[in-house]
Each structure stands twice: as structure tokens, then as C-alpha cells.
Design a protein around this ligand. Structure first.
Ligand code: GLA
Length: 731
């Protein structure tokens, strides 16, 4: 069992292969956090707690005159507000008597084999062979509010997941004003925060900054995890590198409003909390009702950021992504969006499909514009009926012809959105989120449907099924092209308006679950203006997500670098597009676009008929190598070899098969320099004892030599020039 309770000293120790996590019930029933880090067995780590009489920090009543016992300085498992902890707290309420205090004390525990699940919310899944669960019940003895802290321990993966289930034992409703998924208190050390911010077309740009005294926060109140701040963060020591040093990673399995807060307190202790953002949130918990927080996934690595990412990659691939395409190779696709935008008809699509089929592409994806009156982005969303002016006879004849070319067929939807110029909006203006008497914000000309409404979800389910049943559709791209504002639901009473954003997510998750249960063989790809909802919540439903609307190879190097910290390659949708690039105007070689797109679920986003014969041959070769290296890139270990923020000249990354018999090192010389010094990259993850042949050229070196010496990039002329080394074990 990875969970051990020591009755004598009342410690709970969660053990994974390389880490220990510990908490302890103290004399006053406060659940204190004593340790998270390298394995320490089940030693009672509370010897580290250094009680001090601290400036203006109060003492709980039961502590009598013990001036050194203060919730304001003690490391805690799940801190609560209004009772003397002045730091960021995990839970805050409005009690029936109008007071705000929550005083959670230990009540009981239970250890059960297997993974807990969270009703209505996505979460890691696994059986008793994968994880064990600890449930600790905490109670406020005055208000009878209960919080059950759930921990699942994934021994092999060095992962601990957390969620909290609240239960109102009072006879009156209580308002949850804040209820985060996890709280981590670090008593010692200097820490830096790594977070992943950005904007549309520039998601997940890595920033690493020292944790300051006071509070730092990354969050979204857009009712979507957002392009702007990703719900994933790392705390690491200043000396931590890819290969060495301590670091903690936290990711939220949630796609709505969230907040990750970090505070360095008066004692230089650091607290990190992660969960639903408190803005736009107030949940009325009726007597006997429950509320479950989304799940937080945590890992600790004492061996640097590479190991931390690898832990996330494994758990996401194996225990979050689901469905037929969890491991099955995804078809190489061609998407018509950048090739035609809204200007297409069946003939044009068939021409694109034909050209692509000749080169080895395996699926055609028909993007925006096939439904309703949709010739630009001002109208039509919500009218999920085929536009027969563009596609005479509906989808079936087109799909049959596409299938006859040997290609699968995929289709774009944006179910959550509605155009004011649509039959749906004319019939149901109330279905669009807006505050009565106010005009809502438009974004990309559109409004958003209230997914908390059952009637909205029923309409979408009926329409999507009708379309999916009308032809052989084997892939769905589920897009969402705006953020939510003017939050209000005409379906909820006024005292429940603080629940709209979370109910929106619950509604969306419910619809996705229902559709995916009905169409288990469809490949679902997530999208939100590119990577605006690239989060662990969505990965439970979609094994891949369109990583960014920015398809420029150079830009993608940085976007995919940032993405790789928390998310595996298999989840990254990445395409080769035309040049000049539609987002930046930059011209990059086809070879570089190919190598960058291959670090993801690969496809094309241009009309391949417009390429020269030579380029077409190159596309054929790219597809061959994507297939050849699929297992390596999608199931292997991924290593970041350079940091494109520090090294602006060249970037490199590596894939190593799990059995270490082969490796692929990919690089791009981003900027050429005259008379440049040797460009040198490290090599990682090989078996030191094995011998490897480089690029099949007869040159053989041991894993030890290659990892010790690294490799030199060949000198090349020109910007954005790719390099590839394939290493194969030679017996
Ligand atoms: C979003 C997506 C694009 C494309 C367009 C269509 O921006 O990210 O890939 O599907 O919508 O409108």
C-alpha cells in the first residue's frame, strides 16, 4: 500500500517510487502538512516544524497561552479563512449566520484501493493496480460543514492527485465562496515559479520568476482555461535545470475559471493553491448537498524539470486520455481551413482531398463553413444543418467520395457558440448567455450558449448526432472561439448566479461524455481558437488538442516547448501550413515545418495541389517518416534539449523509445550566423551500455559516449533549417 497511517504519531505518509508526502493530525486536530519531496520512508517529518512566537499571528483558543501555535505560520493541508490564517486560504464560506469563518478539524480517515472519481468532472482513472486512495474527513464542529480531502497515490508514476468533496451537514444553506482543489505549504527553500502565459496565436510562453514576498497569481476568469494563462505551474529551486534539482508540478483537470496562487509569507514559507477561481464563483450548498472540486495533479521531481514533465506525460497518456486513439496511431490529416477559409464547395474540397490522398494523407477534415448560412464568421453558428448550396445532397455524397479516395472524413463543429444571425438565435434568444436588460459583449461577432441548460444540451446532442449519423464521419474538431462574459443564466434563480460558470463546465463535460459514449470510435480533437482550452480537463475527452492557430514553424518551436512541460506530444495538434505563413508572413522551408509538426499529431493545413513536384515528394517523405517514428514520438520519452528563450539560434528536442533501443533527435537552426561556432546539443536518455548507430551511416558510439559528448549540428546556410539524427541500437 502506498498509503500508511501511523497511529502512534498520527501521520499519513503517501509514498511513490521516488517521493514521500506526509501530513499529521496535531494535538488540536489541525491537519498539518509535514513534508513533500524525495522519499523519506515513513519517518515523522514533523520535527521540521519550528514553532515560534510570530509577529501579530494569533493563537487558536485551545492553545491557551501557547503564543507560538498559530495557524498563520503552520504548514497546513487545507487552510481555511476567517480563523487566524491570514495567507491565501483554500476555502472560504458565508455561513447561515452571516459569518465567514471555517474551522476544519480532523474527524476520520479511510484508505481504499483504486482511484476515486469525481461525479460530473473529468479525472485521472485507474484500478487498484494503479492507485490507492486516502480520504480524510475534516469537519467544522460549529457549522457542520464537512470537507473530505481525497488523495490518490500513483506509486509508479510519482503522481498524487487531489480533490475535495464538501458536504453541508447544517440544516441551512451555506455559500461556498472559494473552494480550491489543493494547498501545498513548503516550509523551507527558495522557489521560482514557472508558468505558461500568452495570448491567441501565442500560447504557453514559459516564464520563470522568483517567488516574491506577497502573492502571485495565474488565473482565468474567462470561463475557459484560456490562451492567456495555462492551468499548469511549477515551483522549482533557482538551481533546478532540466536534469537536476527539486521541482513541484501542479496541473488542474479543469477547463473553466481557475486560479493558481503562490504566496511567500512572513517566515519565507511558500504556499501554493490551485482550484476554481474565487471570482464569479459562489456556490449555494443546500442542507445535505455536496460540492466536488476539480482534480489537481501533483508531482515532485528531485531530478529536474525533465523528470517532472515525464511524470506528467506518462500519467496523461495512460490515465487521462481515453478511447480508441489513446494509443492507436492517429491518421495524418489535411484540414481545409487555411486552404479555403469559408470559400469552398464539394468540388474544391474533393480536389484538395485528391491531391492529399496521392501524397499519403489519410484523412480530410472539413473545417468551418459547411452549415447554415456561414460564408464568413458573422452568421450561422448554431444552425447545425448542412449548407446544401456548398455541399449539394448533404455530407453523405461528399464523404463517400472522400472515402473512395482512401481517406477518412472529419468535421468541424463549434457547438457552444451562436451567431445572432442564425435561426437558432432567432428561435431561442434566451439560450445565449446575457444579463437581462444588458447588451452582452460580442466576440468574433458571436455569443455563447448557456451550457448549464438542459434544453441547450439536448438541442446540441440531437443536432450533432443527426450530422454524425448522416455520413461516415470519423473525426470531430470541437472548437470554441470566444470567452464568456456577461455571466448570467436565465434558467437559474438569483441566489445561484455565482454557479453559472462552473455549471457551464459541468454541462459541457456531460454533453461531451454522452457524445463520446455514443461514438467511441470517433477521434475527437479539442480546439479553442487554437490552444485556448489546452488543459488536462479537455484531455479526458480529446486525446489531442489543436495547439495554436499560429502554424509558423519558428513560433511553434516556442509554443510547443512551453506546452511540453505539462503535456505529452501525443496531445499536441500540429500541422504543416503554407508559406508565407498566414499568421506571421514568414517563409520557412517545408522541411522545418515538417520536423516541427512531427512533434505532435501531424497533419497539413494547405492545398497540397499548389506545391511543386519536388515539394510533393518531400511531403510523401514527411508522411513516411511520421509513420515510421510514430511510436517513438508518441509513446517514447520526450526531452527538451535547448531552451528557445535562452538560445535563439537553434532549438533541439529528442524522443527515446521506452526500451532505449532507438532515439530521434530533432533540431532547427533558427537563425543562421556567418562563421558560426560549432552548434552543440546534449543527448539524453540513452542506455549507457548500448551501442547506437547514427543515421544508419555506420558510425557507432555507445550511449555513454553520446550522452557524455552530445552532438554537433551540421553547419547550414539559411534560417529555420532542420536537422535530424536517428540513433538505432546496434547489437
Ligand atoms: C478557430 C480554429 C481554427 C479554425 C477556425 C474556424 O480559429 O482554431 O483552426 O477552425 O476557428 O473558424
Amino acid at each position: 500500500m502506498a498509503i500508511h497511517y501511523n497511529r502512534e504519531n498520527k501521520t499519513f505518509t503517501l509514498s511513490t517510487k521516488n517521493t514521500s508526502y506526509q501530513m499529521k493530525v496535531d494535538t488540536y486536530g489541525v491537519l498539518i502538512h509535514t513534508y513533500y519531496g524525495e522519499s523519506v520512508g515513513d519517518a515523522d517529518m514533523s520535527y521540521l516544524i519550528d514553532l515560534r512566537d510570530s509577529g501579530f499571528s494569533g493563537n487558536i483558543y485551545e492553545a491557551g497561552n501557547k503564543r507560538d501555535y498559530s495557524l498563520d505560520t503552520l504548514p497546513q493541508e487545507y487552510s481555511s479563512s476567517g480563523v487566524g490564517d491570514y495567507r491565501i486560504t483554500s476555502v472560504s464560506v458565508r455561513n447561515p449566520d452571516g459569518s465567514d469563518a471555517v474551522d476544519l478539524r480532523y474527524d476520520s480517515f479511510e484508505i481504499v484501493p483504486g482511484k476515486y472519481d469525481i461525479p460530473g468532472l473529468p479525472a485521472l482513472y485507474g484500478g487498484p493496480e494503479d492507485a490507492d486512495t486516502l480520504k480524510i474527513t475534516m469537519k467544522d464542529r460549529v457549522t457542520r460543514l464537512c470537507a473530505v480531502l481525497y488523495y490518490s497515490v500513483w506509486e509508479k508514476q510519482d503522481i498524487i492527485t487531489r480533490s475535495v468533496r464538501f458536504y453541508n451537514g447544517n440544516e441551512k444553506p451555506v455559500i461556498l465562496k472559494k473552494a480550491v482543489s489543493m494547498n501545498l505549504d513548503l516550509m523551507h527553500g527558495q522557489w521560482e515559479l514557472m508558468h505558461f502565459h500568452g495570448r491567441h496565436c501565442m500560447e504557453r510562453q514559459m516564464e520563470r520568476i522568483p517567488v516574491m514576498s506577497g502573492k502571485m497569481e495565474v488565473r482565468s476568469t474567462r470561463a475557459s482555461s484560456s490562451h492567456h494563462h495555462n492551468p499548469f505551474a511549477i515551483l522549482c529551486a533557482p538551481e533546478t535545470t532540466e536534469m537536476a534539482g527539486p521541482c513541484y508540478g501542479v496541473g488542474l483537470v479543469y477547463s473553466g475559471n481557475y486560479s493558481i496562487q503562490v504566496e511567500k509569507d512572513q517566515m519565507n514559507q511558500v504556499r501554493l493553491t490551485a482550484g476554481i477561481a474565487k471570482e464569479l464563483f459562489a456556490w449555494q450548498l443546500d442542507p445535505g448537498a455536496e460540492f466536488c472540486t476539480p482534480e489537481a495533479v501533483m508531482t515532485f521531481s528531485g531530478e529536474g524539470l525533465g523528470r517532472l514533465s515525464s511524470n506528467f506525460h506518462h500519467i496523461v497518456r495512460e490515465h487521462l486520455c481515453r478511447g480508441k486513439y489513446k494509443h492507436e496511431r492517429r491518421p495524418v490529416l489535411i484540414n481545409n481551413w487555411e486552404a479555403t477559409y469559408f470559400d469552398f464547395n464539394s468540388e474544391k474540397i474533393l480536389e484538395i482531398a485528391k491531391g492529399a490522398a496521392d501524397l499519403g494523407v489519410e484523412m480530410l477534415v472539413l473545417d468551418d463553413g459547411w452549415f447554415g448560412k456561414r460564408d464568413d464568421d458573422t452568421s450561422g453558428l448554431g444552425d447545425w444543418f448542412v449548407n446544401e448550396k456548398k455541399l449539394p445532397g448533404g455530407l453523405a455524397p461528399l464523404v463517400e467520395q472522400v472515402n473512395a479516395l482512401g481517406l477518412k472524413f472529419g468535421l468541424w463543429f463549434e457547438p457552444e457558440a451562436v451567431s445572432e444571425d442564425s435561426d437558432l438565435y432567432r428561435a431561442h434568444p434566451d439560450w445565449a448567455i446575457h444579463i437581462p436588460e444588458r447588451r452582452p459583449n460580442r466576440s468574433r461577432y458571436q455569443l455563447i450558449l448557456d451550457m448549464s441548460r438542459q434544453d441547450v444540451r439536448d438541442y446540441l446532442y440531437e443536432r450533432i448526432c443527426a450530422i454524425l449519423d448522416s455520413a461516415n464521419i470519423e473525426y470531430v474538431k470541437w472548437d470554441m472561439n470566444r470567452n464568456i462574459s456577461d455571466v448570467y443564466s436565465t434558467n437559474l434563480p438569483k441566489e445561484r448566479q455565482g454557479e453559472v460558470c462552473h455549471r457551464y463546465m459541468l454541462g459541457l463535460y456531460e454533453l461531451l461524455e454522452k457524445l463520446e459514449t455514443r461514438y467511441p470510435d470517433v477521434l475527437w480533437e479539442g480546439c479553442s481558437g487554437g490552444g485556448g482550452r489546452f488543459d488536462l480537463g479537455m484531455m479526458y475527452y480529446y486525446p489531442q488538442i489543436w495547439c495554436s492557430d499560429d502554424t509558423d514553424a519558428l513560433e511553434r518551436i516556442r509554443i510547443q516547448y512551453g506546452t511540453s512541460f505539462g503535456y505529452p506530444i501525443s496531445t499536441v495538434g500540429s500541422h504543416v501550413s503554407a508559406v508565407p505563413n498566414h499568421q506571421t508572413g514568414r517563409i520557412t522551408p517545408l522541411s522545418a515545418r515538417g520536423i516541427v509538426a512531427m512533434a505532435g499529431s501531424f497533419g497539413y493545413e494547405l492545398d497540397l495541389n499548389l506545391l511543386s513536384e519536388e515539394e510533393k515528394e518531400e511531403v510523401k517523405e514527411q508522411i513516411r517518416s511520421f509513420k515510421k517514428y510514430y511510436n517513438l514520438t508518441h509513446e517514447g520519452e520526450y526531452y527538451r534539449l535547448t531552451n528557445p528563450w535562452e538560445n535563439q539560434l537553434y532549438a533541439a528536442w529528442e524522443f527515446v523509445s521506452q526500451d532505449q533501443t532507438e532515439a530521434l533527435i530533432c533540431g532547427v537552426q533558427m537563425l543562421a550566423q556567418p562563421n558560426s561556432p560549432s552548434q552543440h546539443i546534449p543527448v539524453r536518455g540513452l542506455d549507457p551500455q548500448k551501442q547506437y548507430e547514427i543515421n544508419g551511416n555506420g558510425q557507432i558510439l555507445s550511449g555513454r559516449a553520446l550522452m557524455g559528448g552530445g552532438l554537433n549540428f551540421p553547419r547550414q546556410e539559411g534560417d529555420c533549417m532542420p536537422v535530424e539524427f536517428y540513433l538505432k541500437e546496434k547489437k
